[in-house]
Design a protein. Structure first.
Length: 199
């Protein structure tokens, strides 16, 4: 295992016992049919993130993944987002699949960016270049920024400009059709990236 700095997050803080604790917890919640959409944690039931932590404060819940599990808050947000959009059968299993996929001691700091790149490349397949050429250009620009951010800092101005262009382009196209058909695929992409995370 490579050396990591004190401030760098590593999955499950490098401890098998932490992974085991939370995996056992989400499996128990699934078996008891306590994993539900739409709420973090209430009356012994909750979403993927809520059932993992058994915690309900939405302003701090994703950040708590960092202190409790050594998993970046951006990864917790992606888990949350995918869970809420997956069909119920897959959603019930997803918290367990998520935790199982992450190697103990893995550095997950680049996974969110890699995931964004993968899904944007995937979404491009649903867009007809001839009709939505401006959207393809916007997507390519955002992909380029994510790739750049894997190795160097990208200014807030560049991100802000890319977001503005994306919203403007999205207003003129039917994004929902592309996204709604693809959540299963996105979940698989996410799990594959987690499994390959560098230790």
């Amino acid at each position: 295992m490579k050396q990591v700095s004190k401030n760098k997050l590593i999955a499950f803080h490098g401890k098998k016992s932490i992974k085991g604790k939370y995996l056992k917890r989400v499996i128990a919640h699934r078996k008891a049919d306590e994993i539900i959409k739409g709420t973090y944690w209430e009356n012994g039931k909750g979403c993927a993130v809520g059932c993992t932590l058994e915690y309900s404060e939405q302003t701090t819940i994703h950040k708590l993944y960092e202190t409790e599990l050594g998993i970046p808050k951006d990864i917790a947000r992606i888990e949350d987002w995918l869970f809420e959009h997956l069909k119920n059968g897959r959603a019930q299993k997803f918290p367990e699949q998520f935790l199982k996929a992450i190697p103990i001691g893995a550095d997950l700091s680049k996974i969110a960016r890699k995931f964004n790149i993968e899904i944007l490349e995937y979404v491009k397949q649903f867009i007809k270049v001839s009709k939505y050429n401006p959207i393809i250009n916007v997507i390519d620009n955002i992909i380029s920024l994510h790739k750049q951010a894997l190795t160097q800092e990208v200014t807030n101005d560049k991100w802000s400009a890319a977001r503005s262009a994306a919203w403007s382009a999205a207003e003129s196209a039917a994004w929902s059709a592309a996204w709604s058909a693809a959540y299963e695929r996105f979940a698989d992409i996410f799990l594959k990236l987690l499994k390959k995370a560098e230790i």
